[in-house]
Ligand binder design. Structure first.
Ligand SMILES: *[C@@H]1O[C@H](CO)[C@@H](O)[C@H](O)[C@H]1NC(C)=O
Ligand SMILES: *[C@@H]1O[C@H](CO)[C@@H](O)[C@H](O)[C@H]1NC(C)=O
Ligand SMILES: *[C@@H]1O[C@H](CO)[C@@H](O)[C@H](O)[C@H]1NC(C)=O
Ligand SMILES: *[C@@H]1O[C@H](CO)[C@@H](O)[C@H](O)[C@H]1NC(C)=O
Ligand SMILES: *[C@@H]1O[C@H](CO)[C@@H](O)[C@H](O)[C@H]1NC(C)=O
Ligand SMILES: *[C@@H]1O[C@H](CO)[C@@H](O)[C@H](O)[C@H]1NC(C)=O
Ligand SMILES: *[C@@H]1O[C@H](CO)[C@@H](O)[C@H](O)[C@H]1NC(C)=O
Ligand SMILES: *[C@@H]1O[C@H](CO)[C@@H](O)[C@H](O)[C@H]1NC(C)=O
Length: 299
C-alpha cells in the first residue's frame, strides 16, 4: 500500500514535470552563467529573455564565465525573482601625490535604463579624511546629495562604523536608475597623505560594507563593491498591464501582480502557498511540489 502510494506520487510528479517542460515559452535556454542562476524573464540568448532589458551576456572569455548585464561592464552577482538584482560595480577614487597634485582619478557611475538602484538596500558611501563626495542621480527625478569627511589622523577615526569621521553615508531616493559619483578635496590631501592618499566614493549594499580604518589606505586594492538594483517588467501599472493578456508578464496561474515601488513597471509574485517563477506559465507550484522538484523555477 505504502509502495503504491509512493509510485502514484512519483508518477504525478513526473507528469507535472512533463507538463511543466512542455509549457515553457522557451526550452533549450542556458539558465546559468558561472555560478549565477539566470531565471526567466532574464536570459542569455534571443527567445530566452522577456525583452532586451533582461539580456545577460555570458562572458566566457575569462577563465570563469562572467554574467554581464546587457552588453555592459556590469557584472551580475545574483538574480532574485523577488525583483532584485545584485551587481558589482566599480568605486570612484581621487588620489593625490605629495605635492598635493591629483595623481589619478577614476569615476563611478551607472546608467541602467529600467532598473533602479534599491533605495532600501544601498547607501552612498564615501571614505577619506579630506573628502568631499557628491552623488548626482537621474531618473524619475534628478537630484544631487553628498557628504564630507575630514579627520587629522587614523586614530581619530571611528573604526567599524561609518559615522562621519573617515567615512560618511547618505541615503538614495527612490526612482534613480542613473547616477554619477564625484569626489573632491578641501586640502589636496598632503596633511593626511601618509594614511589616506585617496578619497573613495561608491554606492554599496549597506550590509555588504563595514568601514574599518584600514580602508583609508586599503580600499585602493578594491575595485568593485556589490550594489542592489530593483527590477520590474513593463512600464505600466498592473491594472493597465492586465488588459493585454499577450503582453501581461505574470503568466503563471496562482500568481499576482504588484506595482513597482521604485521606477516604472510591475512585478509578479506567486500567490501564498505557491512558489516558483510567476513569469512562466505553470511556474508557480504548490510549495510541497517545490520541495520535491527543487529548484522548481528553472526551465
Ligand atoms: C570575447 O572576446 C572576443 C574576441 O576578443 C570579443 O569579440 C568578444 O566581445 C568578447 N566577449 C565578451 C562578452 O566580452
Ligand atoms: C569596461 O571596463 C574596462 C575596464 O574596467 C574599461 O576599460 C572600459 O572602458 C569599460 N567599458 C565600458 C563600455 O564602460
Ligand atoms: C542569491 O540570493 C538568494 C536570495 O536572495 C540567496 O538565497 C542565494 O544564496 C544568493 N546566491 C548567491 C550566489 O549569492
Ligand atoms: C606630483 O605630480 C606633479 C604633476 O604630475 C609633479 O609635477 C610633482 O613632481 C609630483 N610630486 C611628487 C612629490 O611626486
Ligand atoms: C542614460 O541612458 C539613457 C538611454 O540610453 C539616455 O537617454 C540618458 O541620457 C543617459 N543618461 C546620462 C546621464 O547619460
Ligand atoms: C559587518 O559587521 C556585522 C556586525 O559586526 C557582521 O555581522 C557582518 O557580517 C559584517 N559584514 C561584512 C560584509 O563584513
Ligand atoms: C512603454 O513600453 C512600450 C513598449 O516597450 C513603449 O512603446 C512605450 O513608449 C513605453 N511607454 C512609456 C511611457 O515609456
Ligand atoms: C498586446 O500586446 C502584444 C504584444 O506586446 C501587442 O502585439 C498587441 O498589439 C497588444 N494589444 C493591444 C490591444 O494593445
Amino acid at each position: 500500500m505504502a509502495l503504491r502510494g509512493m509510485l502514484l506520487q512519483q508518477l504525478l510528479l513526473l507528469l507535472g514535470l512533463i507538463i511543466l517542460a512542455a509549457s515553457q515559452p522557451t526550452s533549450n535556454c542556458k539558465r546559468s552563467c558561472g555560478n549565477v542562476d539566470i531565471p526567466y524573464p532574464f536570459g542569455t540568448e534571443e527567445g530566452c529573455y522577456l525583452d532586451k532589458s533582461f539580456l545577460i551576456t555570458c562572458d566566457t572569455n575569462t577563465s570563469k564565465s562572467k554574467p554581464l548585464l546587457r552588453s555592459s561592464n556590469v557584472t551580475v552577482l545574483n538574480i532574485s525573482l523577488d525583483g532584485e538584482l545584485r551587481v558589482s560595480y566599480s568605486i570612484a577614487r581621487d588620489c593625490y601625490n605629495e605635492s598635493g597634485v591629483r595623481a589619478s582619478e577614476t569615476y563611478s557611475g551607472l546608467n541602467l535604463t529600467k532598473f533602479a538602484i534599491s533605495f532600501k538596500k544601498n547607501k552612498f558611501t564615501a571614505v577619506g579624511c579630506d573628502t568631499v563626495a557628491l552623488i548626482q542621480g537621474f531618473g524619475e527625478k534628478d537630484y544631487a546629495t553628498g557628504c564630507i569627511s575630514l579627520c587629522d589622523n587614523a586614530d581619530s577615526v571611528d573604526d567599524g562604523s561609518c559615522s562621519g569621521i573617515g567615512c560618511c553615508q547618505t541615503s538614495i531616493p527612490a526612482g534613480v536608475s542613473d547616477f554619477f559619483v564625484g569626489l573632491g578635496s578641501l586640502k589636496n590631501h598632503p596633511p593626511v597623505l601618509n594614511f589616506n592618499p585617496c578619497s573613495f566614493g561608491f554606492v554599496v549594499e549597506e550590509t555588504a560594507y563595514n568601514f574599518s580604518s584600514s580602508d583609508l589606505k586599503n580600499l585602493g586594492n578594491t575595485d568593485t563593491v556589490p550594489v542592489v538594483l530593483d527590477w520590474a517588467v513593463g512600464n505600466e501599472t498592473c491594472q493597465k498591464a492586465k488588459t493585454n493578456s499577450t503582453s501581461y508578464a505574470c503568466k503563471a496561474e496562482n500568481s499576482a501582480c504588484y506595482e513597482s515601488n521604485n521606477g516604472p513597471g510591475y512585478r509578479c509574485k506567486c500567490s501564498p502557498g505557491f512558489q516558483g517563477n510567476p513569469y512562466l506559465p505553470y511556474g508557480c507550484l504548490d510549495i510541497d511540489e517545490c520541495k520535491t522538484s527543487n529548484p522548481c523555477y528553472k526551465d
